[in-house]
Write a protein that binds this ligand. Structure first.
Ligand SMILES: [Zn+2]
Length: 192
């Protein structure tokens, strides 16, 4: 058992909620929890809290389990950059903190390295409980943190004006073009 809190939630309770939401005990979500805990200690939870994560791996779910920011409410944005990093900021001030996993520290801790660099490991993935303990031990040197000012276009209100696609007859954002994206050839599906 780990006697710690993350974003005001008991860590063991967090693990249960993460498992319910994400479908597994994911070390990446545990690290994401430490990153969010670090950033939110300064930025604070509020209706103006917004988060940008820089990978689709684990971090979006850490944010959605632990904060009021979700993809659906528009306060969680995901970049597919493959960087284990996130920024939390206040939408009113655009001031916030960016946190990331420091590679030199990952390399120093064999268990963390076995998780972070699966290609280099000789056995199976490390046990979640063992890893979680090591994350808390390594925390002060594992997570980088820096003040950031978010650039204005981020999360800016983009036009949500809709119209009917004259090809398929469905409603879509007019900013996508003359036809909806699917009818422009970008469909991710085929129909029989
Ligand atoms: Zn269409």
């Amino acid at each position: 058992m780990i006697d710690e809190n993350v974003c005001g939630m008991d860590f063991n309770q967090f693990v249960l909620e993460m498992e319910a939401f994400h479908g597994a005990r994911a070390p990446g979500i545990a690290v994401g929890a430490l990153m969010l805990d670090t950033a939110l200690a300064t930025v604070g939870e509020s209706p103006d809290l917004a988060i940008v994560v820089e990978t689709y791996n684990c971090l979006p779910d850490a944010a959605q389990v632990l904060t009021s920011c979700t993809i659906g409410n528009g306060r969680l944005k995901v970049y597919d950059w493959g960087k284990f990093a996130l920024s939390a900021y206040n939408r009113a001030s655009m001031e916030g903190l960016r946190t990331w996993v420091i590679p030199e520290t990952v390399a120093k801790w064999p268990l963390i390295n076995a998780w972070f660099n699966p290609a280099g490991r000789s056995s199976g993935p490390p046990d979640f409980a063992d890893l979680a303990e090591v994350f808390f031990k390594a925390r002060p040197e594992l997570i980088g943190i820096r003040e950031v000012r978010i650039r204005p276009p981020e999360m800016a209100a983009t036009s949500k004006k809709t119209g009917i696609c004259r090809n398929c007859g469905e409603s879509y954002y007019l900013k996508c073009g003359d036809l909806c994206s699917a009818c422009q050839g970008m469909a991710y599906y085929t129909t029989p």
